[in-house]
Write a protein that binds this ligand. Sequence first.
Ligand SMILES: Nc1nc2c(ncn2[C@@H]2O[C@H](COP(=O)(O)OP(=O)(O)OP(=O)(O)O)[C@@H](O)[C@H]2O)c(=O)[nH]1
Ligand SMILES: [Mg+2]
Length: 197
Amino acid sequence: MDVEFVTSAANLKGRPERVLPEFAFVGRSNVGKSTLINLFLNRKGMAKTSGKPGKTRLLNYFVVDDAYYLVDLPGYGFAKVSKDQRAGWVKLMRAYLFAADRPLAVFQLLDIRHRPSDEDRKMTDWLREAEIPFAIATTKGDKVPRSKLLERFREIASTLGLGPETPFFPTSANDRDSTADMHRWVQALLEAAEQDD
Ligand SMILES: Nc1nc2c(ncn2[C@@H]2O[C@H](COP(=O)(O)OP(=O)(O)OP(=O)(O)O)[C@@H](O)[C@H]2O)c(=O)[nH]1
Ligand SMILES: [Mg+2]
């Protein structure tokens, strides 16, 4: 897999000039977006990760195999933000998700250990409203015993009102194979998009 960092955009105007299908990663701060992007790309330091929430504040673009972008989006639910920062985030996210050339699909990340927050639910509602295909990717699978996984998935699905049509990708940063199904989903969407052209 050929991967390159392209650019960090503070707004829609800052998106890369070259238009390619985009797969965006959304989720609360610290959920593990940057970590999962690195795992998916098999590149350790590609997306900057941090123990402190709020690390990713821009739209960070990575190009994969000259074919599509992965976009690391700023997280939400970070307590230490001002009203203005929060409003700026909402504006940027909605502009991005509802743009004419919006992402081809979105991975919404959820920490497997926690019940989705009100903000997670709002994000799912936006994705439905924008009619963007989305999948749930759970993170930090290593922190939950296998015997509890099914229970965790059920709670997530019921809290967010997800039906069986929503793909569910359980991942764990210590298990690179856990992104295999995400790769397959990306390829399937790219092929379907090509046929639509
Ligand atoms: N144990 C474990 N820790 C993880 C996993 N995924 C992420 N982490 C840790 O969670 C913390 C946050 O990860 P990031 O990838 O920086 O989170 P982020 O969602 O990009 O955060 P922001 O950029 O602040 O929005 C880091 O300390 C990671 O090492 C996982 O699957 N298992
Ligand atoms: Mg990040």
